[in-house]
Design a binder for this molecule. Sequence first.
Ligand code: PLP
Length: 382
Amino acid sequence: MEQRIDKFLKLREEQGLLRRLRTVVPTGDGKILVDGKEYINFSSNDYLGLASNKDLAAASFKALSPVVGSSSSRLMTGTTSYHDELEDKVADFKKKPAALVFNSGYQANVGIISAILGKDDCVFSDRLNHASIVDGIRLSGAKMFRFGHNDTDHLGELLKAERKKYKASLIITETVFSMDGDIAPLEEIVRLKTDHNCIMMVDEAHATGVFGRNGGGLAGEKGLEKDIDIVMGTFSKALGGFGAYAAMSFELKQYMVNACRSFIYSTSLPPVIIAADIAALEIVKREGKRRTELLTNAGYLRRKLQEKGFEVRGESQIVPIIVRDNEKAIKMSEFLKEHGFWVTPVRTPTVPRGEARLRISLTFDHTKEMLDTFIEAITKFE
Ligand SMILES: Cc1ncc(COP(=O)(O)O)c(C=O)c1O
């Protein structure tokens, strides 16, 4: 055991891939303090700047009494009126009959996928889907087919060749991809799902709050709520809170309550968190200017970086600058730190080899002036 751990750590160190935790003090204005120094934080998923919003804090404070912890799992005594209210509001927000709250996006993906699939089934999963999706598939025992990123021709070929060999079949994709910031071709995937009689699930972790009328996500923006069986997302990113949800039919919800192990065997989120999530949903619906300004700023940054010759991807608030080489990504990140910007380099195994990048995630707190200063700084890197 000790030998194995030692070998693993040494290898990671040699490859320059050993990750370390950094202690950060959030200041709530799109910035952080690290070792006492202030940085503009381009590595946060607080897309709408709601993590520091006073309404969320007030709602949490009100829900703080008489208990802080929920002290029980959902099927015991851990379902409070706060949980019911949030689930009703999410179902309405996502235009689905019902919704279920999960303790985190990771738990939602792992639990849902492994609850609906077994060893006689198969999954068609985008090559860049999040680790929690991959882990859910592995746990289910279903056969996994990975299709090229956003490549519906490849998905179609795989479906034609493999679908009929299995009982149930799931197609799963993120709607806004976490590391590339691009958008899945949902209409085409829905067509394939229908043609090949599959279940379809989407992960709206990075789209919720940012895309769609009222911020309801991309499935809603494209009017596909009815065609997509399970629409999953998180409260921990644009909504500034914590936890996750999955919107679905009443029957599927009832099934999850009885079969989804990550839902059943874990203490429920406390009211203090759920109350903040409820408050965040209301702000997202009310304050559309947060998402429109965010996306306008992201478009501006992407355009300016492209003009300066950088390879930039995506069409959302996530702006990845592809540098390819791990070492270069680290050096650029260090250089930007010297100029007051915190941009975590993203390397293998989070992204494929040769695809190292700086992942800029913009938030509503980032001003155009901050972006201009950033562009000026990064163009000085040699
Ligand atoms: C696409 C995607 N799905 C799921 C998750 C997991 O969500 P959570 O952080 O709530 O566990 C993440 C978070 O990083 C994500 O990016």
